[in-house]
Design a protein around this ligand. Structure first.
Ligand SMILES: Cc1cc2nc3c(=O)[nH]c(=O)nc-3n(C[C@H](O)[C@H](O)[C@H](O)COP(=O)(O)OP(=O)(O)OC[C@H]3O[C@@H](n4cnc5c(N)ncnc54)[C@H](O)[C@@H]3O)c2cc1C
Length: 411
């Protein structure tokens, strides 16, 4: 029986582990914290099947001064972190060239297209089918000019097969009456959906994995012992674990582990925030993305969540929860009648590569090592296909999609 050790128990690691188990491997997962308690805990929950538009776009350079001067901007860079962020930002700006955007969009589109189908068997096994709903996603704009400015992105999605329904102010009010009347334009993506409890999803996958004999060990991997060109053991603070095949799915920390295998990868954390209002008096019928402000409102099991924005400040700086408070303020502007009881605030580290495309596939330097990280803003969405693809590669089965665009050596 093939023995596989997965590093990281976020949504990516647990989907990889679940698919490997389904294909007959004996799987151990290592993570110092409870499965799903890192970035996968507090995301916006959108299952964005048609979100093939990478974050970097042509003409982004003009926005750089705002990133640096407004700490509350949808994308902000902390001054103290700027020297560390510069090399990544430079690659990010270069990833906004038109040819690069086309390449990334094709890679994302192939990965995202089958996400609902690839979640199905995992949800069934975990008895968690009710956690993911295919109920569409609404984008809203206050100004026609902002909608026009996004037109190339909408065109790109259309070219990759997205169904897109544009709504006038009146249609929008009919569709979602609780929205502020200031919204002038809406775009509905009926093929999207959402998860009503992102942490609950990872917990359900982890429970099912354990029930089927999988093991989850609460230890942090610190080092790797090699036996020639293959890994022999993973070293943790507590001891060592002999290994045959390793999958690195450690989210925003994955570059530290990739380096141990000889790979240098430009992975950066894009810190995002949420504010979740429990017992809200308003429940939108799907996720609603305020396009100009770059955040989402998502109806969840535990309340109404406002989540999004990007802050470049590294893995160690303390959170700035004012950003979460600001999201709640904007949420109340979005739904003027909104009331609720308690508010919880959260920050998470999105694992981001400059071209918005994750790394999925084998190491090209050592044998029996695979990577699954860098899913950025789309990790919840892309986890199911990533899990399946990695398991197929590890087990020597025919990959469900061409893995070439996700190679680790593309940088
Ligand atoms: C505000 C916000 C909103 C978002 N909204 C959406 C959305 O609507 N839709 C969507 O698809 N995505 C969304 N995302 C992105 C999504 O949450 C992430 O892409 C996804 O959670 C990444 O999963 P992961 O498993 O790679 O990382 P994580 O969930 O961070 O898991 C990585 C795990 O690796 C462990 N680890 C790290 N180092 C080691 C080590 N050395 N040894 C052992 N374990 C280690 C960590 O403890 C962690 O548990 C959002 C993110 C944020 C922050």
């Amino acid at each position: 029986m093939r023995r596989v050790t997965v590093i990281g128990a976020g949504v990516i690691g647990m989907c990889v582990a679940s698919y490997l188990q389904r294909m007959g491997a004996s799987v151990t997962v290592l993570d110092p914290i409870e499965p799903g308690k890192n970035c996968s805990f507090g995301n916006a929950g959108s299952v964005s099947r048609r979100a093939c538009v990478p974050l970097a776009s042509p003409g982004m350079l003009k926005d750089v001064p705002k990133w640096l001067t407004d700490p509350m901007a949808p994308l902000a860079v902390r001054w103290s972190y700027l020297p560390w962020a510069m090399p990544w930002l430079w690659r990010f700006i270069r990833a906004g060239r038109r040819s690069e955007v086309e390449r990334s969009a094709a890679a994302l589109s192939a990965l995202l297209d089958p996400v609902f189908e690839n979640y199905e068997p995992l949800l069934k096994e975990a008895k968690a089918e009710d956690l993911i709903r295919k109920d569409g996603q609404l984008y809203v704009y206050e100004s026609e000019a902002a909608y026009q400015a996004d037109s190339s992105g909408w065109e790109l999605r259309r070219r990759h097969g997205a169904r897109i329904e544009v709504m006038s102010r009146e249609e929008l009010r009919e569709f979602e009456p609780a929205l502020a009347p200031s919204f002038a334009k809406g775009v509905l993506l009926p093929e999207h959906g959402h998860c009503i409890d992102p942490f609950g999803l990872v917990r359900a996958l982890a429970d099912a994995f354990r029930r089927k004999g999988g093991s989850i060990v609460a230890e942090r991997v610190l080092n790797i012992e090699m036996d020639g060109d293959k890994p022999r053991a993973l070293v943790t603070a507590i001891g060592r674990h002999n290994v045959e095949t390793v999958v690195v799915a450690a989210g925003a920390w994955s570059h530290q582990l990739a380096r141990l295998f000889g790979h240098r990868v430009p992975l950066e954390t894009q810190r995002g925030y949420h504010a979740t209002l429990s017992s809200p008096n308003i429940t939108p019928r799907s996720t609603v993305m305020w396009a100009e402000k770059k955040f989402m409102a998502t109806p969840m099991q535990m309340g109404l969540r406002f989540a999004g924005t990007v802050e470049l400040a590294g893995l160690d700086a303390p959170p700035n929860y004012e950003r979460a408070t600001k999201l709640l303020e904007l949420g109340k502007r979005m739904f003027p009648g909104l009331q609720g009881s308690d508010v919880s605030r959260w920050m998470g580290h999105r694992p981001c590569l400059p071209d918005s495309v994750p790394v999925i596939g084998p190491s090209l330097k050592v044998k029996n090592v695979y990577f699954a990280f860098g899913h950025g803003h789309l990790g919840l969405t892309a986890a199911s296909t990533t899990g399946r693809l990695v398991a197929e590669m590890v087990m020597g089965a025919k990959p469900c999609i061409d893995p070439a665009p996700y190679r680790i050596d593309r940088f």
